[in-house]
Ligand binder design. Sequence first.
Ligand code: M6R
Length: 612
Amino acid sequence: MCGIVGYAGEKSSAPILIKGLKALEYRGYDSAGLATVEQDNIEIVKSVGKVAVLEEETLKHNLKGITGIAHTRWATHGKPTTLNSHPHSDCTGDIVVVHNGIIENYKTLKEDLLSRNHKFISDTDTEVIAHLLEEKLNNVNDNLEDNFLKAVVEVTSILEGSYALGVLWKKVPNTIIGTRVKSPLVCGVGENENFLGSDISAFIEFTNKAIYLNDEDFIVIKKDEIKIYDKLLHEKYFNVIELDINAENSGKNGYEHYMLKEINEQPFTVRSTIEEVLKDINHAFGITKEELKNIKNIMMIGCGTAYHATMVAKYWIEEFCNIPCQAEYASEYKYRQVAMPDETLAIFVSQSGETADTVAALEKARAAGFKTVSICNVFASTLARMSDYTFYTKCGSEISVASTKAFTAQLAALFSLAVLIADAVGNISSDKKDELLNELAKLPVAIEAAVAQDKNITKLAEKYYKQSTFVFLGRNVNYPIALEGALKLKEITYLQAEGFPAGEIKHGPIALLNAEMPVISIMPGDKLFDKMVNACEEVMARGAKSIAITDEKGFKLLEGRVEEAVILPNVEEYLFPFLSVIALQIFAYRIAKLNNREIDQPRNLAKSVTVE
Ligand code: M6R
């Protein structure tokens, strides 16, 4: 994880680096630091906590350097302390490095360096890189730039793991060298200024021109020159992409938290995503009906909330397409012996498109020769660039660490893809296809009504926010929503929350229940309603509090057989997850707020998990 920024230009670099770090803070926020170089002086400022703390600290130093690198950290090796914050230096302090990723062989490298009398001040894996560079550059006094580049190439050739690096060397003061392996790195191209960033948000305020780096590219950045080399030091041709986005309105628009803003944006983000698909569903995903026609097996892969979206889609795909379909955690898929049947379509879902586990799983699927389709929210992200086809959800930036609007947009995309596949394999008639898509197109109105339940859900939260354990139950498409409701709650409240298939509680989880414990059942008035009522009865028989997330139809059928109910509009039963998840997002948000939690940046988490 972690975010890195670099600036080479004519202006004082520190304020620009701080802006970049603020935009990248979603990648980690336990400590931050920056280094600027002015003539032959490198100054480093670091602090524990958010970028705002670093900003204050930096103001005290009056940094003048016009070239600099900076870092916001999500700790992997070593606690979040000032000493462990990046940038890290060598023994002389002439070389500084910022790093996103993990150097897996750092222990051996560190032992070797210690035996050669290098002094380490941090517990990080990153510090070895600075000391290894020192050994290459120690006595270098000519061909400085060439030797700097050569040193970075040679040092990275012995690193194992993943890294995006930004490096400064005092002797080449107006130059940043960057490189990457399995961690994202982008260069921003400006007028008399160029940038480096973990993603475009690091510099989008200054330029919308970007160069996406590939693994083992080495980029040399000055204010008026950019060169890219391969590991044999051959200069490479590169493309500058003009991004179709200007600095987005990334403020909170009057909402107290990004999470609340993003929950409220869902009628629009789902609508935009549906409109994008329905413009031309046959071409929306890139993959043609001809290619889909012979698909015999579907794999869907994601992490966290994105994984829950694939779990919902599994129900849709098997129902509409009659094709075996699995949803799997990327981190599990990558490291197990998986069956690799022919004619498999592999679908990857990720808001950021940078999640290391998902990227690793995609590599495996590609190696198996599967056709790969990604559903991402971030343009030109690693996953998008590696997949055969990509569909971009139309969410705009999702800033809150807890994912909300990306999830419902992923559902909209996956539902449409399920219908497209069903049509391509001939499992549904064209009337049925139209009917399914019409129901989807009507959803945004119902989503507005779900968002408007905030007041009722707040009352519920006020009643239960002091409880320490919450249980969520669902069946069929609503079972993954029980998991997502629990994930959302634990992420931002730090309370224990468990999601189960309702039919499973009697097989063990019911032992958890005690008097007063809130058990939230997702139970629209559908074909499984009676089964859900049975689960509620079992819950109430143990004295626990039964709360229903239902629809108008279900509410009538309930006849008071639960303690509380949140009533959502009637939609086709396979679409209820779009609504029930919003109720649970609001529930988690309100409980977190009543408990005074740090909602947008919960402890220990990062928005984009770029380490495996
Ligand atoms: O960017 P991605 O969608 O690949 O991220 C996957 C998970 O890390 C993410 O959904 C995580 O679980 C969220 N914090 C959930 O709110």
